[in-house]
Write a protein of this length. Structure first.
Lengths: 294, 92
């Protein structure tokens, strides 16, 4: 099981940024990945009754790529469902490869898994209904997890025979691609969720609890923001030979700078240019437009 | 050694502000600063973060003139009195 620490320590391969590709902050990525690990776990738990004990869906990873790059399984048994996330402009799809659909349906019917020569045969009507029901059940659980995470509920579900003709996304539109796999029958059976790239932005707008919990950095920033800083109002400075300074006596008078070129300093570091007006009752400081400070 | 030149800062007052309040200061913001009750209107002459002399301040012929009221090693490291500040946006 992945903990927050281990997830945070996982190294994401660094890839060259391509123009137009969405930007996702590290915290968002971690939260997004955590959500989909939970999805995989929920799916596996719900299928545990009929799946072999060693068969479980795993979340493989998150990637961003153009819609045109998505490899579509053209198997007759592949299942594709389109959906949208309620109250958001986010659209998405769930695509189950034919091999995975066959495996799930066969196990649900208590049949032996399809042999190689039957693997490419289309579903019967009953099998088609079971495959459809399985997909719907998976989307319901996906919806529950998304709703809990603050992304919103999934709605407007419709099946699709050919993703390329769905008109859901433009070919060059970037998507968040969430890859799942199940190891069974000596191979990896795959499932893919594609979401409009604005899904990541929606997460940051809604600040789901999962992000807030994972983002201990924000807590540190909040504390740092409250730290008290001693700020000096400095009228000016001048260079004095030590010999003159040593002769300074009580009662000596010094003409001070007029306050037009004063500054605020914190621990000796100039932080703002200011103008200072001194009166009998107090001092008024006006922040000036910054110029390069030393 | 007496030819050594030292930079002296004339520090009018010191205020304690939250880091985010400092970060949020923007041009034309105004801080009205008044001394804590009982504090004199003084200026500190500081070198390398140390107070080397304290002077009273008065306006003479439109110029700010400081009169040294205390100096010497006894003042080294003395803290400047904390002053209060209120922030008001300039309406002009």
């Amino acid at each position: 099981m992945n903990t927050t620490a281990t997830i945070a320590n996982q190294k994401t391969p660094i890839r060259k940024y391509q123009l137009g590709q969405p930007i996702i902050r590290r915290e968002q990525r971690i939260a997004f990945e955590r959500i989909h690990r939970a999805v995989a776990q929920t799916w596996s738990d719900s299928m545990a009754e009929y799946l072999p004990s060693d068969a479980a869906l795993e979340f493989e990873g998150l990637d961003f790529d153009a819609f045109s790059s998505v490899s579509i399984d053209e198997s007759l048994c592949a299942k594709i469902a389109l959906f949208s996330i309620a109250s958001t402009p986010i659209g998405g799809f769930l695509m189950m490869t034919g091999a995975l659909a066959k495996f799930l349906v066969s196990n649900r019917l208590g049949l032996k898994s399809a042999t190689d020569d039957k693997a490419n045969e289309p579903f019967t009507r009953i099998e088609t209904a079971i495959a459809r029901e399985t997909t719907r059940a998976m989307l319901t659980r996906l919806s529950d997890v998304y709703a809990t995470a603050g992304l919103g509920r999934i709605g407007n579900i419709r099946e699709c025979d050919d993703l390329a003709d769905s008109f859901l996304f433009a070919p060059d539109e970037y998507l968040a691609l969430l890859k799942f796999r199940m190891r069974a029958l000596g191979e990896e059976l795959r499932l893919l969720i594609g979401l409009g790239a604005n899904a990541a932005a929606a997460m940051s707008e809604r600040h789901p609890a999962t992000i807030a919990k994972s983002n201990s950095r924000n807590a540190i920033v909040d504390v740092v923001r409250q730290l008290p800083i001693e700020v000096d109002v400095v009228l000016g400075s001048w260079n004095v030979p030590l010999s003159e300074l040593l002769q300074l006596r009580t009662g000596d008078k010094i003409v001070l700078p007029d306050g037009e070129d004063a500054w605020l300093a914190a621990r000796g570091v100039r932080i703002r240019r200011i103008g200072v007006e001194v009166s009998a009752t107090g001092t008024s400081v006006e922040i000036r437009r910054s110029t390069r400070m030393r | 050694m007496t030819h050594t030149v030292i930079q002296v800062d004339a520090v009018l007052c010191r205020v304690r502000m939250q880091a985010d309040a400092v970060a949020a200061l923007s041009p034309s913001d105004r801080l009205d600063i008044e001394p804590e009750a009982g504090s004199q209107f003084v200026i500190s002459l500081m070198a390398e973060g140390k107070t080397i002399a304290v002077a009273s301040v008065e306006v003479i012929d439109g110029r700010l003139v400081a009169t040294i009221i205390n100096n010497g090693p006894g003042l080294a490291g003395r803290r400047i009195d904390q002053w209060k500040y209120t922030k008001a946006k300039t309406t002009a």
